[in-house]
Ligand binder design. Structure first.
Ligand code: UGA
Length: 442
């Protein structure tokens, strides 16, 4: 199959590269010529483990190339995927579909012979129809079909998620387009991956419902963590105890500072807007959005509490800035709200993140960025772990203690054990888990 991928951002680049790994001929398109030039030089515009090697391998094999020329790429393609961004619109939180519609218009002008146009970008229910209407103004109905094929990639594990997904969802009711999609995903059918063919509308909604459900699960366990703190229970035991029930499942029950990233916050907002517009407002999704927004700055209160209520002029070390590990993505990261609140309260912030510093520097001011995990700790009054990068899981705790002014750690990802930290002499606070001294105080 010949595939054109429109948009070489996160979704487009990972999906295009993985399709070429399946054996298809893929050309990734982007308007940004500096990005295309970088990719042609083998430089990745994003940090995603394993992507650089996979790109290099497929470029070398002649199956993967990059261009700014959309027309040329579309003309010869059997399938054209739209993988452009759908950011939250300022003000109302709806998905901004400007780039999707612009891509549809350009594709329509370039189509030459029957082409399946696939929306891979996360788009609200009904967008496939709109894309079809746009293309239909220029092309005849025999020339094209519009299919929905949402992605379920997690940043940091995107290649594994693409190559070995739990399922593939395809929204089309047209047999001709279905055949093309079957051919594209044949390597996954061969390894018994469930491929769900459904209507375009159902497929579009599956993407949002899936992300909103996962965001709800996280928000639920975060609320339980707050309750655990009040009643002296351990949220890890609660999560395990409920997660072992197969109907609930163990995944996505890890408490933390609130979900962030480029997907959950944006997609929950967009789903809420869609539900309200169709007079079926999802109150659960609305509550998840509100609770999560309120949670992020609240995490700063834990730090303030640990430092006795006044952090004016205190030096605080932050470990981890990205919304999760193994990415350089800072979008809607809880660290942004937490640091803002600590700074408002007068703290002096010194931070380290293995990959996120470049993006973080654009978003944070008056922060001292350090080159390793130990430098920010020097004479700091507390260390706060915001992102669970592996390198923070095995810190030399004696060294940490000797560098800090006082051994105070706030661990917002629960990567250390409360008993062990107290035994090591730390004043330790995490999320939803009491320390032995808190238990003995009752
Ligand atoms: C998410 C979904 O997991 C993917 O399936 C989906 O394809 C993607 O959005 C998307 O729509 O493109 P991603 O945002 O990369 O992927 O990251 P997740 O691993 O899902 O984490 C999202 C946020 O939830 C992070 O801030 C993470 O720290 C938080 N989280 C996750 C928790 O606080 N607890 C958990 O148990 C799991």
């Amino acid at each position: 199959m010949r595939i054109a991928m429109i948009g070489s951002g996160y979704v487009g680049l990972v999906s295009g590269t993985c399709f070429s790994e399946f054996g298809h001929d893929v050309i990734c398109v982007d308007k940004d010529d500096s990005k295309i030039a970088l990719l042609e030089d083998g430089v990745m515009p994003i940090y995603e483990p394993g992507l650089d090697n996979l790109v290099a391998k497929n470029v070398k094999a002649g199956r993967l190339s990059f261009t700014t020329n959309l027309k040329e790429a579309v003309k010869t393609a059997d399938a054209v995927f739209i993988g452009v961004g759908t950011p939250s619109r300022r003000g109302d939180g709806k998905a901004d579909l400007t780039y999707v519609y612009a891509a549809a218009e350009e594709i329509a002008e370039a189509i030459d012979g029957y082409t399946v146009v696939v929306t891979k970008s996360t788009v609200p229910v009904g967008t496939g129809q709109q894309v079809s209407d746009i293309i239909g103004k220029i092309c005849t109905s025999d020339d094209f079909d519009v299919v929905s094929n949402p992605e379920f990639l997690r940043e940091g594990a995107a290649i594994e998620d693409f190559m070995r997904p739990d399922r593939v969802v395809v929204g089309t009711e047209c047999p001709r387009a279905q055949k093309v999609m079957e051919a594209i995903y044949r390597p996954l059918s061969l390894i018994q991956t469930p491929i769900l063919f459904t209507s375009r509308e159902s497929s579009e909604l599956i993407k949002y419902a899936g992300n909103a459900f996962l965001a709800t699960k996280i928000t639920f366990i975060n609320e339980m963590a707050d309750l655990c703190e009040k009643v002296g229970a351990d949220v890890h035991d609660v999560a395990r105890g409920i997660g072992l029930d197969g109907r609930i499942g163990r995944k996505f029950l890890h408490p933390g500072p609130g979900f962030g990233g480029s997907c959950f916050p944006k997609d929950t907002r967009a789903l809420y807007q869609t539900s309200a517009e169709h007079d079926a407002p999802s109150r659960i999704v609305e509550a998840v959005i509100d609770i999560n927004e309120a949670r992020k700055p609240k995490m700063a209160d834990k730090v303030i509490q640990m430092l006795g209520g006044d952090i004016k002029g205190r030096k605080i070390a932050i470990l981890g800035l990205t919304f999760k590990p193994n990415t350089d993505d800072m979008r809607e990261s809880p660290s942004l709200d937490i640091i803002a609140k600590l700074q408002e309260s007068g703290a002096d912030i010194h931070a380290y993140d293995p990959e996120g510093a470049k993006e973080a520097k654009e978003l944070l001011s008056d922060v001292t960025f350090c080159e390793n995990a130990y430098t920010p700790l020097e004479n700091a009054d507390a260390v706060v772990i915001i992102t669970e990068w592996n390198e923070f899981r095995a810190l030399d705790l004696d060294r940490v203690k000797s560098l800090l002014n006082q051994p105070v750690m706030v661990d917002l990802r629960n990567i250390y054990e409360p008993e062990e930290m107290e035994a090591q002499g730390f004043q330790y606070m995490c999320v939803g888990r009491p320390t032995p001294s808190q238990i003995s105080k009752g």
